[in-house]
Ligand binder design. Structure first.
Ligand SMILES: [Zn+2]
Length: 357
């Protein structure tokens, strides 16, 4: 018999708090995580008013020593600034308060400085509010993004009252990102069959479940009320945790994400990550021979874009994005195979699924 050599290391948050005004309990939660002393709050000029200042006051009232820093996008310069500041003030832990970039900065800076951190998202544009991956923007002549492995947060506060104030577009993008897990898991299953890659049934099942919630409750989510955010934010958190269970992003990132990343390079700055992943999911489901119309209908129901025009892309960008997607992540086997799509196949795919006209 072959010797058993499998290992898997999973890391989870200690405290997940979801619901109405949960951020008010941040002091207690910090203590429950055995944290104390100086907290470096990373927030933005707008999100400071949404929740950053409130977190600051709550921590001060709780006897902690908070310091607040305002940051912009998640690039290397800002990450370095936060790391240096954390060392300078001898921070004991960090709290990211923001709608995307501030959380990403916190994830990377906390990991690099060896500090525990807590996330207080003010928006849910993707499933990164509680995940072991962070996205770093790389500028220059050829803007790109880097996906970096980070530690999981100690705590997450998905306050439905706060999240309700995010633009609905951002909420819908986060839901689309999680919905796209359906094709990501199909790619993973395919890679397991054809390439014998490492696969986790628990991660795949949970990932599909979170996507199913988005499908089943698409119309309800559209209401954009606290109760709909209650539902979607739990699924968004579960989606990120699946990545930790699997020890890789496979349960939440397949060919539809390769398409999204290829659009990041072809047409930088256009559309939100989750919107691109949603569009990609419609088309990759077609390639899998599955019910792509159902994905499209769900995205329509909760108001995420389902066409190039709605997402702000030209037909040419979508076709290029599809062709380039095949070479985005050479190590990851997906429905795009090893050589990706030809120009003609890409155009047919986008046209047949109604993504382009
Ligand atoms: Zn994603």
């Amino acid at each position: 018999m072959e010797e058993f050599t499998k290992t898997r290391f999973m890391s989870f948050p200690r405290e997940i708090n979801v619901g109405h005004k949960v951020v008010d309990y941040i002091g207690r939660s910090v203590e429950d995580c055995y944290l104390g002393g100086t907290a470096l709050i990373v927030t933005g000029p707008k999100t400071k008013h949404v929740a950053g200042n409130r977190v600051y006051d709550l921590l001060q009232d709780g006897g902690f020593e908070p310091q607040l820093v305002e940051m912009g996008e998640c690039n290397q310069e800002n990450v370095d600034t936060v790391e240096n500041l954390a060392r300078e003030i001898k921070a004991n832990f960090m709290i990211g308060v923001g709608g995307g970039a501030k959380i990403e900065i916190t994830k990377i800076a906390a990991t690099n400085t060896g500090l525990p951190y807590i996330n207080v998202p003010t928006a849910t544009p993707h499933d990164g509010i509680c995940s072991p991956r962070a996205v770093l923007q790389k500028g220059g002549d050829h803007p790109s993004i880097a996906s970096i492995a980070v530690k999981m947060p100690m705590g997450v506060f998905a306050d439905t009252e706060i999240l309700q104030t995010q633009p609905y577009k951002t909420h819908a993008a986060g839901c689309a990102d999680v919905l796209s897990n359906i094709t990501a898991v199909m790619d993973w299953e395919l890679a397991k069959r054809l390439r014998n890659v490492d696969y986790s049934t628990s991660a795949a099942t949970l990932s599909k479940l979170s996507a199913q919630v988005m499908m089943d409750y698409a119309g309800f989510i559209r209401r954009n009320t606290e109760d709909s955010i209650w539902l979607s934010s739990k699924a968004i958190i579960v989606s990120g945790i699946c990545i930790s269970i699997a020890g890789s992003s496979e349960p939440a990132s397949g060919a539809e994400h390769m398409f999204s990343h290829s659009l990041d390079m072809i047409a930088p700055g256009k559309a939100l990550h989750g919107e691109k992943a949603g569009l990609g999911s419609i088309m990759m489901m077609y390639l899998h021979g599955g019910d792509w119309k159902k994905i499209k209908a769900s995205l329509e129901k909760f108001g995420a874009p389902t066409t190039a025009k709605e997402a702000g892309f030209t037909n040419e960008e979508i076709i290029k994005g599809l062709v380039k997607a095949g070479s985005i992540r050479p190590g990851r086997f997906t429905i795009l195979g090893t050589n990706g799509l030809t120009d003609e196949a890409a155009a047919n795919l986008a046209r047949t699924t109604g993504v382009i006209d």
